[in-house]
Design a protein around this ligand. Structure first.
Ligand code: N7H
Length: 481
């Protein structure tokens, strides 16, 4: 039976957080048995979905106890190398791979080895990855909390339990932004607005466009549940686990803002161009429902701010390349379900300083951005697909250069070069091969603006890894001893 007490809390419900520390560790060769023993003392500290779920009625155990929401949460996940280190060598995926197969399984090979698929630059002069992410990372422990103090307190106990059995590779802490920017990422846009609903967890999803109305099968996120393409062939212990994709993404905020300020069409609302690139205004209001100016009331309204769809024949209101359209195309693809992910990021780094604003340039000492993480039962269909086949693929959404019926509401159907070149890159996260030029075709409120080359990438990947986040019973009965 499905039990929210057995699923790690970050996956389906999200750990509540104002601060989150990510601890990337390696298990020492000679300490594997000791590590596994100590892991059994970590298990009781792991926060489950039931402990974070607002609807406690789903979990008899917690309803009885009437427990308060914990102030600090802990979850743990293992990379493929980490699983092998503790003696679990069985593949989690049955994708048959030949030596020559170009498309390697992302989890089995790890993010560094498959990073070229994401157009990340991990080597040579154009390398953007931190050296730590090029080392073998076995395990990720992350601790959330309502303040730095509660996170530090829990972190100290975790460190104490693992003791000398591990080597620390990297520790990073994210914090929500101050004041009214709390739920906003560093470019200023409200984040965490559109998330898929999951059957048996969020049975009464908020209204939404195509593919948003019905909750998704659990197996899109959880392994071995209905909707997991490899349900039958995976090892039993993978049940109710999920793959976690982590990315350290720096953001060049003053540079992004300068581009918006210098190119915003005259006469348009201040952030008109920014909203076109993202697909939503800073308040979270989708441009489909608020085409000309921001509407903060709509941005806040959970019943309304996701209840829209894209006009598949036109980008008159929302550009085909807008980040939200590229990463969840809704009606453009008839509401795809297998490429959905649950996002659980947090911002990191200081606010933009006066100096940086004045110089329109990020001070390298003030690294800031998003500690991005997302969950899915299949990384090839989830994170990797969204990044590679949609965001980095200028021809997606497909066939938009000739949108079909002459009755199209688009006054001038046809853009790009009309030969399949397509609408361009995701301006927020799209990456060209070797950091090459990114063209986008945007049709703003002032008519067709044509193809423009973006001056730089404003989001830079500095590393990451793929992990498996097991169920709590698997952690206790299979991983720990
Ligand atoms: Fe994105 N941003 O501020 O521009 N994202 N994102 N993202 N993103 C979304 O709906 C942003 C990243 C998705 O269902 C919003 O929560 C930034 C990666 C998906 O309509 C905003 C970064 C990937 C959605 C941002 C970043 C995605 C989404 C609108 C990096 C996957 C839901 C608010 C620094 C590969 C789309 C919201 C839907 C929404 C931003 C990263 C995917 C404001 C700054 C790496 C699926």
């Amino acid at each position: 039976p499905f039990d929210l007490c057995n699923v790690q809390g970050d996956i389906l419900t999200g750990l509540p957080k104002k601060v989150e520390t990510y601890w990337f560790i390696q298990i020492k060769d000679c300490e594997v048995d000791d590590f596994r023993q100590r892991l059994s003392h970590i298990v009781p500290l792991i926060t489950s979905c039931a402990q974070t779920d607002v609807d406690r009625s789903k979990c008899a155990q917690h309803k009885k106890k009437g427990e308060l929401l914990t102030l600090s949460g802990v979850n743990i996940a293992f990379s493929k190398k980490g699983l092998c280190k503790i003696g679990i060598t069985e593949p989690l995926s049955n994708d048959i791979e030949s030596e020559t197969q170009v498309h390697k399984d992302p989890f089995e090979h790890g993010m560094r080895e498959t990073a070229s698929k994401l157009n990340d630059r991990t080597e040579g002069d154009s390398n953007t990855w931190f050296p730590e992410f090029k080392q073998d990372i076995h395990c990720l422990v992350f601790i959330t909390g309502d303040c730095q103090h509660s996170v530090d307190h829990t972190f100290a106990s975790i460190k104490h339990i693992f003791g000398h059995t591990i080597t620390e590779i990297k520790t990073v802490t994210g914090t929500v932004r101050p004041g009214d920017q709390e739920a906003h990422e560093h470019f200023g846009y409200l984040d965490g607005v559109s998330q898929p609903a999951i059957k048996g967890v969020h049975d009464d999803p908020l209204p939404g466009g195509k593919g948003q109305k019905e909750p998704l099968d659990q197996g899109v996120i959880l392994l071995k549940r209905d909707g997991d393409e490899q349900k039958e062939s995976r090892p039993d212990w993978t049940l109710d686990g999920s793959f976690l994709a982590f990315r350290y993404l720096s953001q060049l905020v003053p540079e992004f803002q300068d581009f918006i300020d210098s190119n915003n069409p005259c006469g348009a609302e201040d952030d008109f161009l920014g909203a076109q690139l993202v697909g939503r205004w800073k308040s979270g209001a989708p441009i489909v429902l608020a085409p000309h100016s921001d509407n903060p009331k709509l941005g806040k309204d959970r019943d309304a701010n996701n209840n829209f769809d894209y006009d598949i024949h036109s980008q008159k209101i929302c550009p085909f390349v807008a980040h939200t359209r590229k990463t969840n195309p809704r009606a453009d693809l008839d509401g795809p379900t297998k490429n959905r992910i649950l996002r659980r990021g947090i911002t990191f780094g200081p606010e933009v300083t006066k100096e940086e604003k004045k110089n329109k340039c990020t001070d390298p000492a003030n690294d800031r951005g998003l500690l991005f993480k997302c969950y899915q039962s299949n990384i090839k269909n989830g994170f990797e697909f969204i990044q590679n086949s949609w965001a980095n693929n200028p021809t997606f959404p497909f066939l938009k250069f000739n949108p079909g019926p002459p009755t199209s509401v688009d006054p001038k159907p046809g853009f790009g070069n009309g030969e399949g070149e397509g609408p361009g890159f995701d301006p927020i996260i799209g990456q060209a091969v070797d950091g090459g030029e990114r063209l986008i075709d945007i049709k703003g409120g002032n008519g067709h603006r044509g193809k423009i080359g973006l001056p730089t990438e404003w989001v830079i990947s500095k590393g990451g890894e793929y992990f498996f986040s097991p169920s709590i019973s698997t952690l206790r009965d299979v991983f720990a001893v």
